[in-house]
Design a protein around this ligand. Structure first.
Ligand code: PEP
Ligand code: MN
Length: 359
């Protein structure tokens, strides 16, 4: 059920409707938009008696939502969700995901050592990334593979934020790591293998930080949006979807990157969507072409694995770009973004680099 408020409804009227929904034993989710506010209702098992709400001052209409997801739907919120980051590390600038600026997230698959993380961070910051990625908790197919440094890795990333002004994106794999990631990082990544870990999704919904939700290895579009709905239904509205490839019969790549999901998501949902061409292809030589394609198809950003010495990486070296390759990727991506009226913002660390590459 969705309560659509009149364009001129006052804040008090919105509040009164929310209180009424609570008094009926449900949870209101107020979603202000450019034209009007909509209030999603969750917690109801069956139909909500709409009559009482319909009669309240400021209410335009009460609509039954027929889709299995409601809060992530464009029916609830027609305007794009734009997630804003502004903290003291950003030296006064504001970084966004979902607006005209593309979000560029780059870094190694895993945090291995302080030296490795700093060397890579320095290069991705200089190339113009606004976010640094790196796993401290690695969900590996084999229990004998590198599992990540845990909290030590999170501390290294917190130092990287201080040093380079990069926002930190890192994965949480269970309750314990989620609480720590929520403390240290700027964005909580939920990996493909956990896309349907419903208790973890709900816990992420109660976290303070935005969530980057990766598409499950064989998830349909609807399953993907339902996973985001789990997070949002707990009150966390800052969610970034991430296409990272799905399992198919094709064996020339690790996964099949499904770029068509970008416009498909944008039609159904107000949430931003970024693309991960690294896990999406598994092959270094395919990362740059698919990054170009992702930007051209309208993605809100990229998440790319970069390692200062990929041949010695402890995980995903085969798909990690050399820093020089990432520099070249950024130059191309800036040009493609411009065609779409989008922009890769010039960060303070990348200013010198961009000036020299356009000379
Ligand atoms: C990762 O980002 O390093 C990762 C493990 O991704 P995914 O969950 O998409 O496999
Ligand atoms: Mn990886």
């Amino acid at each position: 059920m969705l309560v659509v408020m009149q364009a001129q409804a006052t804040e008090e009227q919105v509040r009164a409707v929310c209180q009424k929904i609570e008094s009926l034993g449900y949870r209101p989710h107020s979603m202000p938009g450019a034209q009007r506010t909509a209030i999603g209702i969750t917690g109801n098992q069956g139909e909500v008696e709409s009559g009482t709400l319909e009669e309240m001052p400021g209410v335009q209409e009460v609509i039954r939502v027929t889709k299995p997801y409601k809060l992530v739907s464009r029916d609830t919120k027609p305007d794009n969700t734009v997630i804003k980051f502004s903290d003291s590390h950003l030296k006064g600038s504001t970084v966004t995901i979902g607006g005209p600026d593309l979000a560029i997230i780059a870094g190694p698959c895993g945090i291995e050592t302080r030296d490795q993380a700093f060397k890579t961070a320095e290069r991705v910051a200089r190339a113009g990334a606004q976010f640094f990625r790196g796993g401290a908790y690695k969900p590996r197919t084999s229990p004998y593979s590198f599992q990540g440094l845990g909290e030590e890795g999170l501390k290294i990333m917190a130092e990287i934020r201080d040093r380079f002004g990069l926002l930190i994106v890192t994965e949480a794999v269970d309750y314990e790591s989620l609480d720590l990631v929520d403390q240290y990082a700027d964005v909580i990544q939920i990996g493909a293998r956990n896309m349907q870990n419903f208790s973890l999704l709900k816990r992420a919904g109660r976290a303070r930080k935005p969530v980057l939700l990766k598409r499950g290895i064989s998830a349909t579009l609807e399953e993907f949006l339902m996973a985001a709905e789990y997070i949002m239904s707990e009150g966390n509205y800052n969610i970034v979807l991430c296409e990272r490839g799905v399992r198919t019969f094709a064996d020339h790549t690790r996964n099949t990157l499904d770029l068509s999901i970008v416009p498909a998501v944008q039609r159904l949902s107000h949430l931003p969507i970024v693309v991960d061409p690294s896990h999406g292809t598994g092959k270094r030589n395919k990362v740059t072409p698919l990054s170009r394609a992702a930007v051209a198809v309208g993605a809100d950003g990229l998440i790319v694995e970069v390692h200062h010495d990929p041949d010695r990486a402890l995980s995903d070296g085969m798909q990690s770009l050399f820093p020089d390759q990432f520099d070249a990727l950024m130059v191309q991506v800036r040009q493609i973004a411009a065609v779409l009226g989008r922009n890769v913002p010039i960060t303070s660390d990348s200013r010198a680099e961009v000036t020299s590459s356009t000379d």
